[in-house]
Design a protein around this ligand. Structure first.
Ligand SMILES: [Zn+2]
Length: 429
């Protein structure tokens, strides 16, 4: 792991300093260093972009309980291939991550895999049942970096308030899967055109908006950092932007699939277009894009949610919710936001680095000397097509098969060690 590197002639993109320049980058003993190291190996980054590794605050690695869909080791490798050096895992495993032992299990398995820095989130309530708070202090001491019952919200307002009071004292954010279970009912798609066309039950945007409004109120009342996961509704995105403008500790994330797709893209009964919350209307999608461009939504996150192909083949009504995203995240979002919508590459990078780091209480990822050598060297110029058979993830449930993208990781380094190198397998490089 202690190889010294000279990454030569790449375009450095540094979200901390705002610098964008062609230069060499030096790495020694796991850190970025100012002086050219001796006995270093060289990576020729001519034509490539050198950035701090991406941070994904929302992934599901399925271990323990559903290791056929993903394990901590395979998810970690998929993350590295996607250009990520840090991920936050969700606690809806079986058993759920609601005890210090389960938090430690996640950390131990990740250390064995040694491909990404895994930071576990832990449950707000025991077994994610929404009735009794987990021991948040013990979970924090074991290493949990956030609390969430992801997969469901904590519907009981008083219980959520108590959780937020405790989390505020621990200085740890709450992340909420903001969807009212009563309004969502047994819906499987957005309550809109596609659901009507396919005669499937809908999930109204109101189910999200009501909980987002409640969560903002609770953030104001408790001072607890509240992060809204996978924002889908335009109204919710606006509420979050307004709350942040008022100085409340409220943030929101957008996923690549909710930005790149809407329910208008669901043309047939394909389980790979089913996720929770669902793809919303084209109008919602447009507001989400504008919110990411403006920074009202300061975080991009994949909600990487692997499932067995056999389950996804059951069609939209019966398939489980969720799509994979780690290995298409750079390509889908760079293509959409930078190539098509003119976002500055540095701002795009900040949504994958500065925003998530701030949520975790970390400094902005940097290419300055002294910073950890968590680096992604990416080809942001060559067009490529998504082929799920290439994924290192155990699952290929993506709505993006065949999609043309720009941007993907060629090398990923974690603490100066190579965790992904695609130079032999990527044609044209
Ligand atoms: Zn969720």
């Amino acid at each position: 792991m202690n190889t010294a590197w000279i990454i030569s002639n790449g375009t450095l993109l540094d979200p901390a300093s705002g610098r964008r320049a062609t230069a060499d980058l030096y790495i020694e003993d796991g850190l970025i260093v100012a002086d050219r190291p001796s006995n270093a190996r060289e990576i020729d980054a001519t034509g490539l972009t050198v950035m701090p590794g991406l941070i994904d605050v929302h992934v599901h690695f399925r271990e323990p309980g559903h290791e056929g869909a993903e394990t901590i080791a395979t998810g970690s490798r998929a993350a590295a291939r996607g250009g990520f050096t840090t991920v936050v895992t969700m606690p809806n495993t079986r058993p759920a991550v609601d005890t210090p032992e389960q938090v430690r299990f996640q950390l131990e398995r990740a250390a064995e895999a040694n491909a990404v820095e895994l930071r576990p989130s832990a449950c707000i309530t025991s077994e994610r049942r929404g009735s009794e708070l987990a021991d948040l202090e013990a979970l924090a001491q074991a290493g949990a970096v956030a609390f969430t019952d992801d997969g469901s919200t904590v519907a009981n307002d008083a219980l959520m308030q108590r959780a937020m009071e405790q989390a505020a004292k621990l200085d740890i954010p709450i992340m909420d899967h903001a969807l009212d279970p009563v309004r969502a009912g047994k819906g499987v798609l957005h309550d809109g055109d596609a659901a009507r066309r396919l005669n499937l039950p809908g999930i109204p945007s109101k189910a999200e908006d009501m909980i987002v409004a409640r969560d903002i109120e609770l953030a104001a009342a408790t001072g607890c950092a509240m992060h809204i996961q996978h924002v889908t509704s335009g109204a919710s995105a606006r509420l979050i932007g307004q709350a942040a403008a008022r100085g409340l500790p409220v943030t929101g994330e957008a996923t690549p699939h909710h930005l790149a797709l809407s329910d208008a893209d669901i043309t047939e009964d394909d389980g790979n277009f089913k996720m929770n919350p669902p793809l919303r209307s084209p109008n919602d999608r447009e507001i989400l894009i504008e919110s990411v461009l403006s920074g009202d939504l300061s975080i991009l996150a994949t909600d990487h949610a692997p499932h067995l192909a056999s389950l996804k083949a059951k069609g939209i009504l019966k398939a489980p919710f969720g799509v994979v995203g780690l290995e298409t995240a750079i390509g889908v979002t760079y293509q959409l936001l930078v190539v098509e919508r003119g976002m500055a590459p540095l701002d795009w990078l900040r949504r994958w680095t500065e925003g998530p780091a701030a949520l975790l209480g970390r400094p902005c990822p940097s290419l300055a000397a002294g910073a950890p050598a968590d680096i992604v060297i990416a080809d942001l110029a060559t067009e490529w097509a998504v082929d799920p058979s290439e994924f290192l993830s155990l699952s290929g449930n993506t709505p993006f098969a065949g999609r043309l993208c720009r941007g993907r990781a060629v090398h990923t380094l974690k603490s100066g060690g190579i965790t992904w190198s695609g130079v032999d397998t990527f044609s044209g490089l």
